[in-house]
Structure formats: structure tokens, C-alpha cells
Design a binder for this molecule. Structure first.
Ligand code: SF4
Ligand code: SF4
Length: 101
């Protein structure tokens, strides 16, 4: 069998972890309009994000954003019907890198 048609071998955990790399910027690239979020009942951002960037802080009674783990998929931008997320790409050189594109 030709080499490129052979099944991929099992990966070790370190190899799997290196499929993604994050270079975290000091600036948050996901800014919420807190006034709009305050009025929001559905809070779909808490459920749509594959990386759990958005979490509900019960003490502060608000959605908090851990932008450091953002995969830049854009799902939250579409899912928030209120348009409350000022969504930007991280600055050049920052954010997530995918080993396979
Ligand atoms: S970001 Fe959008 S979905 Fe999430 S709480 Fe704010 S308004 Fe609601
Ligand atoms: S862009 Fe994707 S990974 Fe980043 S916060 Fe939005 S839903 Fe989560």
C-alpha cells in the first residue's frame, strides 16, 4: 500500500495537544455589550461555544469571556441574535494556530 494511503498511527497525548497552539494577546478580541447582555434571557453564547469561552458568573450575575481559549470559529457571532458581541480576529500573530490549517 502506498505510504499516503496507510491509516494514521495512534498519537501520543503530547502529539494530540500540539494540534492546536495558542498565542494569547493581552487584548480581548471578544467584547460584549453588557447592557444588551443584561437584557438577554436565552444566553445562547453559553451553549454554542465549543471551547466554553463564555461562562455565567453567578456572583457577578453576568457572562464572562475567557477569550484566551477562543478557536476563532465565529459561531458565537452568528448565534447571538442581539449582535452583542464585538467580534474581531486577534491581532496578527496572536490567537489560535491549527497544525493542519
Ligand atoms: S452575548 Fe449575546 S447571547 Fe450571550 S448573553 Fe450577550 S446578548 Fe445574550
Ligand atoms: S469564535 Fe467560536 S470558539 Fe471563539 S468564542 Fe466564539 S464560539 Fe467560542
Amino acid at each position: 500500500m502506498e505510504e499516503h494511503l496507510k491509516p494514521l498511527g495512534e498519537k501520543t497525548l503530547p502529539e494530540k495537544l500540539f494540534l492546536l497552539r495558542f498565542k494569547v494577546d493581552k487584548d480581548n478580541h471578544l467584547i460584549l455589550n453588557k447592557d444588551v447582555c443584561w437584557e438577554c434571557d436565552e444566553r445562547v453564547c453559553l451553549f454554542i461555544c465549543p471551547s466554553e469561552v463564555y461562562r455565567w458568573d453567578e456572583g457577578r450575575k453576568e457572562v464572562i469571556v475567557s477569550y484566551e481559549g477562543c478557536l476563532e470559529c465565529g459561531s458565537c457571532r452568528i448565534a447571538c441574535k442581539e449582535g452583542a458581541i464585538d467580534w474581531r480576529n486577534p491581532r496578527g500573530g496572536f490567537g489560535v494556530s491549527y497544525k493542519f490549517g
